[in-house]
Design a protein around this ligand. Sequence first.
Ligand code: HAM
Length: 439
Amino acid sequence: MPSQALPGFRDFYPDELELRAHIFRTWREVARRYGFEEYDGPPLEPLDIYTAKSGAEIVGQLYTFTDKGGREVALRPEMTPTFARMVAARANGLRKPIRWFSMPQLFRYERQQRGRLREHFQLNCDLVGEPGPLADAEVIALAIDVMRAFGLTEHEVRARVSDRRVLRSLLTAAGVSEAQLGDAYQAIDKAERSRAPELAAQLHAAGLGDAAIEGVFAVAAIRGRPALEAALADSPDGGAAAPLFATLDALDAMGLGAYIDVDLSIVRGLAYYTGTVFELFDAGRTLRAICGGGRYDGLLLALGGVDLPALGFGMGDVVLAELLKDRGLAPAPAANVDVFVAAVTPEDVPHALAVAHELRDAGIACEFALGGQPLGRQLKLADARGAGRAIVIGPDDRARGEVVVRDLAGKTQAPVRRDAVLTALASGAAVAHTRSGDG
Ligand code: HAM
């Protein structure tokens, strides 16, 4: 038997699952704040929904096989094609704008590195049916608010925003033809990770002349709104950035402008984006992207025959978890139970079972020793489980119709009437009473 999971796949032991659960809870909570409804789709899809539109990079990473019915299938590497298919299939009956979110596990055969695995969970938030820039602001704001909900400030996380409509306008003005745009986007996407001469050689091979290649590098180097405005002043299509600027203004109005960097090196690797594109990074840039997304106005038409504008983002759990741990923002381990019920003698066990069950029925998490251990060992287990209180049931107290409620942190205790245990636990009165009684 192999002793480890496959490379790039994770075992989640309970203490690791706690961080994942914290991430899922926060994702869900913030998505709901924005009025997004949760959906899900199948983890296995027909291969061609990815080969059609996602782009070469992701297609090269697919887990794909022929199933027993002879179908070419793939484990989902991203959620967007599934989402587009689902929305397109019911587009007429759904009230627009559609705001949906999902938290799928995704699979990509990637080279394993810090922040990149072969499976990850990804919050997907997508909005369909609204072409205007407020929708873009809404989606970017949601991604930033997820960061804020985790306690990450603008000093820790940056949203780098660009727009393919702007890139297209500037690149065409620089002499890049319509047919070469895809190659130019790819070069810009790789600009941070690859060496300039290599990228220039690739662009040359795609048929770009020296001036156009220089233009591609100049566009990719634009940072900040003033620099973009200056570049557009010399461009024949100066209005191409109007939607982007309207989005930025809306984000300012929401009070989120401090998180935003205009950055034209952001273009996104996936092929289907048509407008605003953005990525979230840790401010120190020691990690890979936390989140990426943008507008993909043609995808629903391509995958479902319904012409609806759409946009959204995907935020992975892997980089996010690294960042939360780095910044000390991972939650402290939670207690397993609130209350431990201890039996002093074997005759007390049935009474302990009755009390424990009463507590569980009332929604209080509790545990008792299963093996008839001595009281000292039971209380040690109670400590290890993080229980705040123990209920100790012994023959003498029982004879008086009482149990003892012990505060495990304060090491105080008090008798409580057996029929008033729930009320005492709810109010904490027994413990408070003992503290004052014991001085
Ligand atoms: P993506 O940029 O491929 O976009 O992935 C989005 C995020 O998922 C990344 O920023 C990263 O946090 C996480 N991620 C991606 N691959 C891995 C991996 N191998 N290991 C760990 N984390 C990973 C998309 O997938 C688009 N479908 C997002 C989207 C939704 N666009 C519009 N709507």
